[in-house]
Design a protein. Structure first.
Length: 276
């Protein structure tokens, strides 16, 4: 079936109007959705993207899973997944009470709870940047982030050197430590349209919704004395974020850590798509 045929386009547009499709993402056949991958990969591991510490706590950003990037478990995801490590070096328990990302325009972006909310937040971000004549492309501009983690250099905008995958987040992400391709190629066979495509997309969406609920860390997030805990937080797409701000409460005191990401996440979601 030819998606360029006027009749097919009318069918697709009718069903696409009912689907939560983000305008800045080019989707297969005009109405492709997200789905859980059969063979997700593990994120790379060598150097952290950012670290902040005070007398009691160390917060580390290990990786950001972006659309169809390393560590992704969902195809065509219109959100970011931040992988954090939180160490309580004190003798008193604490609770992480608030986390937000500050994007390149200074907007505070708070974690999302479900797929629909994340997509809506990403659409708002795209509109906000479009108003400033800045184009957002989900999942692009990751070269600096990859080079930071791998301890490599950029040559012509590409990362030189390939690092190791790591298993410390495997159970948290619900993925196998044996990994395959991060993103499988789109099927070359039948393209479903009409009710069959809608039913398939809804089934895929339910699976993605369930996986988000299984993975996401809830706030307040406890970190017991002397413990290191890992957290996964989902955010709407946040272009080239400047900071991650983490607030925690310990006893009657509230403290704040600011992780500087201005350099390590420079250009995130603002880069050109591969091949352009």
């Amino acid at each position: 079936m030819n998606a360029h045929n006027p009749g097919v386009r009318r069918i697709l547009s009718g069903y696409c109007r009912r689907a939560p499709v983000i305008s800045f993402v080019l989707l297969l056949a005009g109405c492709a959705g997200t789905k859980v991958l059969d063979e997700p990969t593990l994120p790379p591991d060598r150097n952290p993207l950012a670290v902040a510490r005070d007398r009691a706590t160390t917060a580390t950003l290990d990786w950001v899973i972006v659309r169809d990037g390393p560590g992704t478990w969902a195809k065509n995801a219109d959100w970011d997944q931040y992988l954090l490590r939180l160490e309580n070096r004190s003798t008193t328990d604490l609770r992480i009470t608030e986390v937000y990302v500050e994007d390149s325009m200074g907007t505070k972006v708070f974690p999302g709870r479900d797929r629909k909310g994340l997509i809506a937040g990403s659409k708002q971000a795209a509109d906000r940047y479009q108003d400033a004549d800045i184009k957002v492309k989900a999942g692009t501009g990751t070269a600096v982030m990859a080079a930071t983690v791998m301890g490599t250099t950029l040559v012509g905008g590409s990362v030189v050197g390939v690092g190791l995958a790591y298993t410390s987040f495997a159970s948290l992400l619900g993925i196998s430590t044996s990994f395959g391709a991060a993103v499988t190629a789109a099927g070359a066979g039948l393209v479903l349209v009409g009710p069959a495509m809608v039913i398939r997309n809804r089934r895929n969406q339910r699976k993605v919704d369930a996986r988000i609920q299984d993975i996401r860390s809830r706030l307040p997030f406890p970190v017991e004395a002397g413990m290191v805990k890992r957290a996964a937080l989902f955010f709407p797409i946040s272009p080239s974020p400047r900071h991650i701000v983490i607030s925690y409460r310990q006893g009657e005191s509230t403290q704040t850590l600011r992780l500087e990401t201005r350099e390590s996440l420079a250009g995130l979601h603002l880069g050109r798509a591969s091949g352009q």
